[in-house]
Ligand binder design. Structure first.
Ligand code: KIV
Length: 273
C-alpha cells in the first residue's frame, strides 16, 4: 500500500508535481477515485446539488456534510480527505467556525475547505491555531452567488483582478495550505500561482495552476447540467440508462431471473432437479 498523503505532501508538490483532486461523497466512490490515484478527495458541498437535487449549495447543512464525510472516510483513502464547510457553518462567528470544522475532523476529514478571501482571515487563523488544516476557495465562491450576481466568470475586470489576487495573499498569510481558484481568468490564476507559496488548485481557471479539481458527477457524465469548464470523461448517465432499461426489459419478458440466479428446495431437488 502506498503512503498516506498529508497536508505537507500536498504543499511540497508546488512547482514539482501537478495535484489531481476530485470530489467524492460516499464510501464506494471514495474507494474508486482513491484507487485511480488522486491526491486530494474533497467531500464538496456540491453534494447538495449533484446528489440531493438542491437548487444551490445554500441549503446544505452541517448534518448532511458530516454524514457524507463519515461515509467517505470509511473508505480510508490514501488521498488527503478534505471536508467542505457548508454555508453558515463558519461565517457567523469564529467560535462556530472552529467548532464546526472540528466536527469535520472528528468524522474523519483531514482538512476543511472554506470559501472567501481576506474577510475570512480571522476564521482561517483560528482554525489553524486549533490544529485544523484549511484549504481556501476564491474566485467564484458558489455560496455567495447571490451577492456575486450569479455563477459568473471572475477576474475579467481590473478591479476584480486586484481583489482576487489580494484575497489569495491574505488567506495565504492567514495559514491555508492550498487555494482553490474557481472560474477565474487563466492569466489571473497563473499570476496568483506565481505570487503565493502554497499550491493553487484550479477549477475553470486554466492550466497554469499547481493542480486541478473537478466535480465527480461532471467527470463521469452523471450531472444533469455541466459547467462549461468541466470535461466529461465518461457517459455513466447513458451507461446506467441502458443497463437499467435492459433490466426492465428482461423482467417484463420473464428473462430475469433465470435458473442461474435461482435455487431450489431439497424437496424440489429430490423430485429430479
Ligand atoms: O463543492 C465542491 O465541489 C467544490 C469544488 C467545485 C471545488 O467546492
Amino acid at each position: 500500500m502506498s503512503k498516506k498523503v498529508t497536508v505537507r505532501d500536498i504543499m511540497k508538490k508546488k512547482g514539482s508535481e501537478k495535484i489531481a483532486a476530485i470530489t467524492a461523497y460516499d464510501y464506494t466512490t471514495t474507494k474508486i477515485v482513491d484507487q485511480a490515484g488522486v491526491d486530494i478527495i474533497l467531500v464538496g458541498d456540491s453534494v447538495g446539488m449533484v446528489v440531493h437535487g438542491l437548487p444551490s449549495t445554500l441549503p446544505v447543512s452541517m448534518d448532511m456534510m458530516l454524514l457524507h464525510v463519515e461515509s467517505a472516510a470509511r473508505a480510508k483513502p490514501r488521498a488527503l480527505l478534505v471536508g467542505d464547510m457548508p454555508f453558515l457553518s463558519y461565517e457567523a462567528s469564529v467560535e462556530d467556525a472552529v467548532y464546526n470544522a472540528g466536527l469535520m475532523l472528528k468524522k474523519g476529514a483531514e482538512a476543511v475547505k472554506i470559501e472567501g478571501g481576506a474577510e475570512m482571515a480571522d476564521v482561517i487563523k483560528a482554525m489553524v491555531r486549533a490544529g485544523i488544516p484549511v484549504m481556501g476557495h476564491i474566485g467564484l465562491t458558489p455560496q455567495r452567488y447571490l451577492v456575486l450576481g450569479g455563477y459568473r466568470r471572475r477576474g475579467v475586470k481590473a478591479s476584480e483582478v486586484e481583489r482576487i489576487v489580494e484575497d489569495a495573499r491574505e488567506i495565504e498569510k492567514a495559514g491555508v495550505f492550498a487555494i482553490v481558484i474557481e472560474f477565474t481568468a487563466a492569466d489571473v490564476a497563473a499570476e496568483i500561482t506565481k505570487q503565493v507559496s502554497v499550491p493553487t488548485i484550479c477549477i475553470g481557471s486554466g492550466w497554469m495552476c499547481d493542480g486541478q479539481i473537478l466535480v465527480l458527477h461532471d467527470v463521469l457524465g452523471l450531472s444533469e447540467s455541466t459547467p462549461p469548464f468541466a470535461k466529461k470523461y465518461a457517459d455513466l448517465r447513458g451507461a446506467i440508462l441502458s443497463a437499467v432499461s435492459e433490466y426492465v426489459r428482461e423482467v417484463k419478458a420473464g428473462l430475469f431471473p433465470g435458473r442461474e440466479h435461482s435455487f431450489f428446495s431439497e424437496a424440489y431437488n429430490r423430485g429430479g432437479e
